[in-house]
Ligand binder design. Structure first.
Ligand code: PAF
Length: 287
């Protein structure tokens, strides 16, 4: 791995990383972790900025975690460009980049994994069985390797944020979880590493997801608390798109991810759609 800015140090080995972090900790430096799968975009870079505010040392991990991809999902196709990611991380002020290979993270198929419970079995969990177990297992392992004081996650993956928070609470990880708001392109589409799969026609269709969510927020703000009516308004917007299939669109409580019948401030509208071969998720919090 190249180290292009003076500050960035790259590690691929768990033990080398631990040695470097032990030295930093002995100087009473606080550590923030930004876990990623690479293919960095502005959304990830904002997580770095937030981590920078929270701690003395910013560690970013890049690891495309095979455990969180199901059979037939895009694990082998998932965009990987470590050289470009290293440059972006260095330019944005990451101190330590941890980019292990699969053998380093999983020398053997793990016997012990972290079960996500009910909260990880609905919505994304139902569409992608085992996904959150894979996410929690790698996040728990990264937490144990890095031992950060803080970890920063994007709000775009709202259910991931909820399962990680639940794990931290239930397994007593001494780590503060910070959520960073979703970053959007000018056309409203939430930034995602998977957006690069979209053709111009796909992208036009994909834009109806944030429009549907905004319509749902609008309905709530103009005095419709019934979740069914809010959801139906969102579906009408999605129905205008060609080449788009709705996986789910719902109003939920963002702590336990249960659907609600009556929306209140703090609830979230969540949605997942397939456009061509690409699956996209997004959400909006009701304020
Ligand atoms: O959000 C992601 O990029 C991944 O799910 C994470 C948290 C890095 C775990 O692999």
């Amino acid at each position: 791995m190249t180290s292009t800015a003076s500050r960035l140090r790259g590690f691929t080995s768990i033990s080398d990383l631990r040695t470097a972090l032990a030295a930093a900790r002995s100087k009473r430096k606080s550590v923030a972790l930004v876990p990623t799968m690479g293919a960095l975009h502005e959304g990830h870079l904002r997580l770095i900025d937030r981590a920078r505010e929270a701690a003395d040392i910013v560690v970013m991990s890049i690891f495309v975690n095979p455990l969180q991809f199901g059979a037939g999902e895009d694990f082998s196709k998932y965009p990987r460009d470590l050289a470009a990611d290293t440059q972006l991380a260095a330019d944005r002020g990451v101190d330590i980049l941890f980019a292990p290979d699969r053998k380093e993270m999983y020398p053997e198929e793990p016997l012990i994994t972290v079960h996500s419970g009910h909260i990880g079995e609905v919505w994304e969990g139902e569409s992608r069985p085992g996904h959150f177990e894979g996410v929690l297992t790698v996040v728990a392992k990264l937490f144990n390797i890095v031992e950060p004081d803080t970890a920063v996650f994007g709000q775009k993956d709202l259910q991931q944020l909820a399962v990680v928070r639940a794990m931290v609470r239930d397994l007593a990880f001494p780590i503060e979880i910070i959520a960073e708001p979703t970053v959007r392109d000018e056309d409203g589409l939430a930034l995602s590493s998977r957006n690069r799969y979209l053709s111009p026609e796909d992208r036009a269709a994909a834009r109806t997801l944030p429009r549907a969510l905004s319509t749902m927020l609008e309905r709530f703000n103009t005095g419709t608390p019934a979740a069914a009516a809010i959801e139906s308004a969102g579906r009408d917007v999605l129905d205008t798109a060609k080449n788009l299939t709705c996986d789910y669109l719902a109003v939920i409580d963002p702590v336990n991810f249960q659907s609600v019948e009556t929306a209140v401030a703090g609830c979230a509208a969540i949605g997942a759609v397939r456009v061509g071969k690409t699956r996209l998720i997004d959400n909006i919090i009701f304020t």
